[in-house]
Structure formats: C-alpha cells, structure tokens
Design a protein around this ligand. Structure first.
Ligand code: PEP
Length: 253
C-alpha cells in the first residue's frame, strides 16, 4: 500500500498570526474528519514552521518549501535542511516550478538540495512538470525524464525510497486549468514506468506520486481515483481550511 498524502503549499502567503489561525482551524477539522491512512501536510513559510510543528502533532505534519544545499556557512538569508529539521519538520518541497522559474534552480542544484534533505532525515517532495509549450509541442515526457534523471535518479535505491514525487504541470499551477484525470494519469503512469526501469518494479509500486495544479474539492476525487495518483500538492485551495480539509477527506469518500 502506497502512502497517500495531501500536502498544502502556502507559498509566500499569511503573516504569523494568520498562519497560526488557519493552521489551528485545519488541525481541528482534520482531527474530526480523518479516518483513513492518508497524511495531511502543510508546507508553510519558514517563520511559521517552529510553531506549527508543535500545534500539528501527528494530525497535520509540517514541511518547508525550500532548503539550502549546504549544512551551514556564509550564505546570508538562507535556511539549511538541518535547521528545518531542528524545528520539527518532516517534509520539504524541492524543485517547485516557481523555484525553477524565478530562482533559476537547475536539476543539478535540486539534486544537491535533495541529498541535503535526506541527510537530515527530511522527506523531499520533489516536483517535476512541463510548461505549456512543452505540453503543446509534445516534449513533456522527455522533459519529465530529464528532471527525474538530473534531480533524483542519482540517488541510491535506499534514498530514493524515501522521496515523494509531485507531478505539477506548470500550465496548471495557479491558473485554474487542471490537467484532466486522463492527462494526469498518463504522466503518473509514465513516471512510475521510469522509476521501475531505474530501480525495479517493487520500488516503483511503493513510490508516492502526488498531482498538483489547480486541485480543488470538486476535481480531487476524480484525480485521486486514478491508479497512479496518490494524493495532491495543493496551492491556492490550501489557504482555505474548508477546501483543504475537503480535499483530505476525498480519500474517505
Ligand atoms: C502548487 O503551488 O504547488 C500548486 C499546485 O498551486 P495551485 O493548487 O494553486 O495550482
């Protein structure tokens, strides 16, 4: 049985008090409604992480949205995986398309960040996905294979087994355009096939692959019903407690 995860990505939203308030609502609602084996995770800005990890307990797990690849040193303004772990986080998003696009994060850099996360016992949620041009010109399988090869396929099988993948077509992030369940399933099946070719069938079957891109309470059930989709990475809808918890609940319905 693969781990089912619904992870919220708050991005650069919510000041400290707003974050505590939204998170407290989410924890209470998830506690009341969580029945199955699914995990709820909130990936918050750095300023929230310490407080949220104490409030969330085992009901809602906490993740960061980025980390530096080095353990410590003269990198003004950066936060290391070790620091993130020290405040009780379990997850860290690596390679979100906004980091790739606005901060020019390369596959090589993302591989180093992934290794830093794993070394510090954080679970990387490693994001991959094609742009609209790459979707339209039919190169999306190649793009995804390149991101996998450069970002995570250098890991040992043992390390790779700890990674969660998130397929997030860039054209669907924050746009209201969701991949159809067929489009998403096609890519998830491709990703699993590539994992099997690299690490074998057993590990491929155990790998959790999330879908992200304008996922909401209305489309989550159909997306999550697909054979190779094991949950979601949720941006906009994770900023509304009811919407986020309704998506978490989808696994119970
Ligand atoms: C994301 O930022 O990872 C994301 C999927 O955003 P949204 O749900 O808003 O499209």
């Amino acid at each position: 049985m693969r781990k089912k995860i619904v992870a919220g990505n708050w991005k650069m939203n919510l000041d400290y008090a707003e974050g505590i308030s939204l998170f407290s609502e989410i924890v209470n609602m998830v506690r009341d409604e969580q029945k199955g084996e699914q995990l709820a995770v909130i990936c918050a800005p750095f300023i929230h992480l310490n407080s949220l990890s104490k409030l969330g307990g085992t009901t809602v797990r906490i993740g960061a949205q980025n980390c530096h690849q080095n353990e410590s040193g003269a990198f003004t303004g950066e936060i290391s995986a070790k620091m993130i772990k020290s405040v009780g986080c379990e997850y860290v998003i690596i390679g979100h398309s906004e980091r790739r696009q606005y901060f020019a994060e390369s596959d090589e850099l993302l591989a180093a960040k992934t290794s830093a996360a794993l070394k510090n016992n954080l679970i990387p949620i490693f994001c991959i996905g094609e742009t609209l041009d790459e979707r339209n010109n039919g190169s999306y399988f190649d793009v995804i294979k390149t991101q996998l090869t450069g970002g995570v396929f250098g890991l040992s099988a043992e390390d790779f087994s700890k990674v969660v993948l998130a397929y997030e077509p860039v054209w669907a992030i924050g746009t209201g355009l969701t991949a159809t369940s067929e489009q998403a399933q096609e890519v998830h099946a491709y990703i699993r096939k590539e994992i099997a070719a690299k690490y074998g069938e057993e590990l491929a079957e155990k790998t959790t692959i999330l879908y992200g891109g304008s996922c909401n309470p209305k489309n989550a059930a159909e997306l999550f019903a697909q054979k190779d989709i094991d949950g979601g990475l949720i941006g906009g809808a994770s900023l509304k407690s009811r919407d986020f918890v309704d998506i978490v609940k989808t696994f119970n319905s």
